[in-house]
Design a protein around this ligand. Structure first.
Ligand code: PLP
Length: 526
């Protein structure tokens, strides 16, 4: 490492990135290249001799950027946001600069202790129950993604239940996913529909649990949601938690996107009932100004994780760990922790998979992600973060208003037949607005086609980027026969949450959507 070269190149790189942000609005938000485009632009083999940083940056400008979809663009409204910020960026730099490999406390005490402190800070901002704080048996840990966080929680739950009912019961465990060694047939996807604004009905859960218990199966893990990916639906946590508790089911709450909003007192209500949960996750890398990746997981019982995930080969042993004085985060995550499991369930496919994961992960570097979260919390402070969230929600509310005023569109609604049509607009909760064009004749197929076409037209304009989802829509026909009809609706999603998004960007985006919609509707009627 040549310090002077780092200084020189580093300055140049920072300038490059700063210029990128300055000009980010000039790029098409969604990359417009065709598959394989880069093969034609880059050589077939690696260079034999070193090249200069200018040569590389020139290539980034001319060859790489055209193939980049600009997630930080102020008109990126697809999926959910993935925030970058100056603080997050500086944290990443520092983390890369220190090059910490912090899997055990001893490998960098500050890495572990900072992570514990920062996760306690955030737990307090979210007003999570005390049991999630690190001073007792609980605590938080940073994972790479929400999927990883949920998997880790599920593995903890699996270990806990197997200790209770015996290890031979693995095949009877219900819920969860293949990677955790649970047979897909034993995974229950409980359908939600428009009748509850896409939140899970507790009665449905109770029915499924009862049925499985009667069949001799063991329900052991339930994942509830605060802010689903499709439509930001919020499950009734307290009711679900009650069912989970009375059946000894581990209850996990996934608030990957909406968790950030819950630091604002007026949105905290959406995680009411979290006190019934065993674990909770939110992604700081979505809507909390923390560069990807930084997914936060809290558990009430850290030993459920460590019993499932710890490993202690001779080469990792040290006095602090042996004396049980410290937290070793390697035991709260998938890396390193899987070898031990191999011998417990040698017959499952899962173990072969995990043996491979283990070998790979043994070789990989654990960056200290808490540094960037710490930077974010310190350089912005809780009040700025709350204003940041509130501003996006206000922009979403304004957009929702605009959509509802346009007769060509509808925001998500629920239709109830009761001798007459009653249309109820489902409230937008956070910063996601879901809407669709409705052609005059209300033909469902036509409606879906025109919405798909609208999505393509808007996204290929390069001016903004939206994504879509499908809603299962129930028409409740109260015709004394209790008949329900189902239909699938394509709905467009506009998730407001990029750090650079201002009111003007939302207004301009809406104008583009309206223009494209008018054109498509005109063409359809012609
Ligand atoms: N859970 C929810 C509610 C999400 O919205 C998402 C992604 O948008 C995920 C989980 C998956 O997140 P990750 O990509 O961090 O695994």
């Amino acid at each position: 490492m040549d310090s002077e070269q780092l200084r020189e190149y580093g300055h140049r790189m920072v300038d490059f990135i700063a210029d990128y942000y300055k000009t980010i609005e000039t790029f098409p938000v969604l990359s417009q290249v065709q598959p394989g485009y880069l093969h034609n632009l880059l050589p077939d083999s690696a260079p034999d001799q070193p090249e200069t940083v200018e040569q590389v940056l020139d290539d980034v400008k001319t060859k790489i950027l055209p193939g980049v979809t600009h997630w930080q663009s102020p008109t990126f409204f697809a999926y959910y946001p993935s925030n970058s910020s100056v603080a997050g960026f500086l944290g990443e730099m520092l983390s890369a600069g220190l090059g910490i490999v912090g899997f055990s406390w001893v490998t960098s005490p500050a890495a572990t202790e900072l992570e514990m402190i920062v996760l306690d800070w955030l737990a307090k901002l979210l007003n999570l129950p005390e049991q999630f704080l690190s001073k007792g048996n609980g605590g938080g840990v940073i994972q790479g993604s929400a999927s990883e966080a949920i998997l880790v929680a599920m593995l903890g739950a699996r270990e806990k239940v197997l200790r209770r009912v015996g290890k031979n019961a693995l095949g009877k465990l219900v819920k969860a996913c293949q990677i955790a060694g649970i047979h897909p047939e034993n995974c229950r996807v409980l359908k939600a529909d428009s009748s509850t604004n896409y939140a899970l009905r507790p009665e449905l859960l109770q029915e499924a649990v009862t049925k499985d218990l009667e069949a001799g199966l063991i329900p052991f893990f339930l994942c509830g949601n605060v802010g689903t990916t499709s439509s930001t639906a919020v499950d009734p946590l307290a009711a679900l938690g009650k069912i989970a508790k009375s059946n000894e089911i581990w209850f996990h709450v996934d608030a990957a996107y909406a968790g950030s909003a819950c630091i604002c007192p007026e949105y905290r209500q959406y995680i009411d009932g979290v006190e019934t949960a065993d674990s909770f996750n939110m992604n700081a890398h979505k809507w909390f100004l923390t560069n990807f990746d930084c997914s936060l997981l809290w558990v009430k019982d850290r030993y459920a994780l460590t019993e499932a995930l710890s490993t202690n080969p001779e080469f990792l042993k040290n006095k602090a760990s042996q004396a049980n004085l410290v937290v070793d985060y390697k035991d709260w995550q998938i890396p390193l922790g899987r070898r031990f499991r191999l011998f417990s369930f040698p017959e499952t496919k899962f173990n072969v998979l995990h043996r491979n994961i283990c070998i790979l992960k043994l070789l990989c570097v654990y960056l200290n992600r808490s540094l960037k979260l710490w930077m974010v919390l310190r350089l912005y402070g809780a009040e700025t973060l709350k204003s940041y969230i509130r501003n996006h929600i206000k922009l979403a509310k304004d957009l929702e208003q605009l959509v509802s005023q346009d007769p060509n569109f509808e925001v998500e609604y629920m239709t109830v037949f009761f001798f007459f049509f009653l249309r109820v607009v489902t409230p937008r909760i956070f910063s996601l607005v879901c809407f669709r064009i409705v052609p005059v004749d209300n033909d469902e197929n036509k409606c879906n086609n025109i919405n798909r076409n609208l999505l393509d037209a808007v996204n290929s304009s390069g001016k903004l980027f939206l994504s879509h989802t499908i809603y299962i829509h129930i028409y409740v026909c109260i015709d004394l026969r209790g008949k329900h009809a189902l239909s699938e609706k394509i709905v467009l999603r506009c998730a407001i949450g990029a750090p650079l998004t201002e009111e003007r960007h939302v207004k301009e985006a809406w104008k583009v959507i309206q223009e494209e919609a008018s054109y498509l509707l005109g063409k359809m009627q012609a």
